[in-house]
Design a protein. Structure first.
Length: 396
């Protein structure tokens, strides 16, 4: 009997960002009162009536939940899509409830990425830096993740049209995050149109991760689905992903949705019927009501807007400062992200995430290494103290 072996396909996976951060910082004492500006966990209040809905529906814990989402939840989501994007979708066939977008972004590639593309190993495009599940989904299905830098020069979104034809011919899936984590960039209508034209030409699917879509500063970000309908993009080439985690401050509810063509949705539903983890029924009832309510979302957005304004005021004169269009992170330029995060921790106790941990090195260059990701999730006064401390430690 030999030792047990492990799958090779994950052997090069770097450790996740947060254990890496702990290894970097926690061997040193903090330089002052500890302040967390690392994790993207919303801290504003969620609607208080959530508790009542759970208790009114408590008997639902005694049932297996519907895999695809309860019809009432799917209808509520379809209504939201109609209100937000002016697009009609069929709740029964075009929408599936998710246990948060992370699993949906993973399972979409599992359900929809073919084994080969034009006779070769498929490529999954991901922005770089990026939300790490995109790469793991690609590796899981035996596709090759291809990391495309999203830098200042490209408007902090990946320029997939700049890729050579030999890459594009093998692309099966392209992930796009708009508003983007970490940079807070918003894909314009023209960005989506150009991407859809590319996807038509090279025959690949676009997975639009729009989980920050409701945390914007000025105009609501255009939705991928709305632009797709406008230009007549092949419905089988787009899936959109949305979440209550950021919109409604309910990251622990684990609720989101995926929407797109009936064909794609059916494939995802089929997989879920075998291996999915559907949301418990009482929580589906909560999600149904939360999607139907916009008042709390507007309040939430206003709280972030105050903090964005604060950041502009306190940090606006730092060369390279980027006022984010949306989301709740600052993407602060530094010389080296690990060195800067360590200095900030040991001198002040403020914890931020090195941008390098959110990106992969390609051709000797890590496009996150020159940035810190700073989360503006704490209450305003705490955020203010954190930003002043960060400014005085790293930029004065
Ligand atoms: C870009 C991005 N996509 C997806 C997610 C997943 O969110 P959830 O699974 O809570 O919907 C996150 C969470 O931080 C994120 O930042």
């Amino acid at each position: 009997m030999g030792p047990m072996t492990y799958p090779e396909r994950f052997s090069n996976l770097p450790e996740y960002a947060f254990p890496r951060l702990r290894s970097l910082l926690d061997v040193h004492a903090p330089g002052g009162e500890v302040m967390h500006m690392t994790i993207g966990e919303p801290k504003h209040a969620f609607p208080p009536w959530v508790a009542d809905i759970i208790s009114e529906n408590i008997a639902g814990f005694g049932k297996y939940p519907p895999n695809d989402g309860a019809p009432e939840l799917l209808a509520s989501v379809a209504d939201w899509i109609q209100r937000r994007y002016g697009v009609a979708v069929n709740p029964e066939s075009d929408v599936m409830a998710l246990n948060g977008t992370r699993e949906g972004l993973f399972n979409a590639t599992l359900a929809l990425c073919p084994e080969t593309k034009n006779g070769a190993q498929p490529i999954v495009l991901t922005p770089n830096p990026f939300y790490q599940v995109y790469a793991v989904a690609a590796l899981t299905v035996g596709a090759e993740p291809h990391y495309v830098a999203a830098t200042r020069e490209t408007g902090f979104l990946p320029d997939y049209s700049s890729l050579p034809a030999e890459v594009l011919n093998r692309v099966a899936v392209a992930y796009v995050c708009s508003p983007s984590n970490p940079q807070g960039a918003v894909a314009s209508r023209d960005y989506w149109k150009e991407l859809f034209a590319l996807a038509e030409k090279y025959n690949f699917r676009v997975f639009a991760d729009e989980c920050y879509s409701e945390i914007y500063r000025n105009d609501p970000p255009p939705g991928a689905l709305e632009v797709a309908r406008e230009v007549g993009f092949d419905p089988d080439k787009l899936m959109i992903f949305h979440s209550l985690s950021k919109r409604s401050n309910l990251p622990g509810l684990r609720s989101g949705f995926v929407a797109g063509s009936a064909g794609n949705t059916a494939k995802m539903k089929q997989l879920r019927a075998y291996a999915g983890a559907p949301l418990p029924l009482p929580l589906q009832r909560v999600a149904e009501k939360v999607w139907a309510n916009e008042a709390h979302v507007a309040e939430n957005r206003a709280l972030y807007a105050e903090k964005f304004a604060l950041a502009d005021e306190l940090l606006g004169d730092i060369p390279g400062y980027l006022p984010p269009e949306a989301g709740f992170f600052l993407w602060m330029p530094v010389e080296d992200s690990e060195t800067a995060a360590l200095k900030l921790w040991t001198e002040t106790g403020v914890r931020v995430l090195p941008g390098a941990y959110l990106a992969r090195e390609v051709d000797g260059h890590n496009p996150g290494a020159g940035y810190l990701r700073v989360a503006l999730v704490a209450p305003k006064e705490e955020t203010q103290r954190g930003l002043i401390t960060l400014r005085d430690c790293l930029y004065r």
